[in-house]
Design a binder for this molecule. Structure first.
Ligand SMILES: [Zn+2]
Length: 138
């Protein structure tokens, strides 16, 4: 039998969980409860090179699964951090300066100019924001 034939045969197997060691093992039949290594160890059968190779691969798989879990957790943390909007740092105006700027830009002093109205509205919204930030801090 060629390697390819053996590969096709094992592709039919499903992943079982060993009742002895808890590790994954290739389950050929639903009644199999132990991995080949535990099966032999329980019965004190001689462990051959292939059995030890299976044990080695089982440990490698377990380590790789743990690394995958760590990587998935790290990726989740990165995605969560990226999803949060960057913290806004609004320009800091001294209260009295902002009040004076608003007074100077007021549309009443500019013949009801549309531009003065827009600028004043922006400045007023800045004042509201800085007032809210101060309330939050206290
Ligand atoms: Zn086992």
């Amino acid at each position: 039998m060629a390697r390819e034939d053996h590969r096709k045969e094992v592709q039919e197997w499903v992943e079982g969980s060993c009742r002895e060691c808890g590790n994954s093992f290739p389950q050929r039949h639903s009644y199999e409860r132990s991995c080949p290594a535990c099966f032999k160890i329980e019965r004190d059968y001689k462990m051959l090179w292939g059995d030890l190779a299976f044990l080695w691969m089982q440990e490698q798989l377990k380590e790789t699964q743990l690394q995958l879990l760590d990587a998935q957790r790290a990726l989740k943390a990165v995605k969560k951090a990226q999803a949060q909007p960057p913290t806004k740092t609004s320009p800091r105006f001294r209260d009295d300066l902002l009040r004076q700027v608003i007074s100077l830009c007021h549309p009443d002093k500019h013949g009801g100019s549309e531009r003065a109205t827009k600028v004043t509205q922006e400045l007023l919204s800045m004042r509201t924001k800085t007032t809210r930030q101060k309330k939050r801090k206290t």
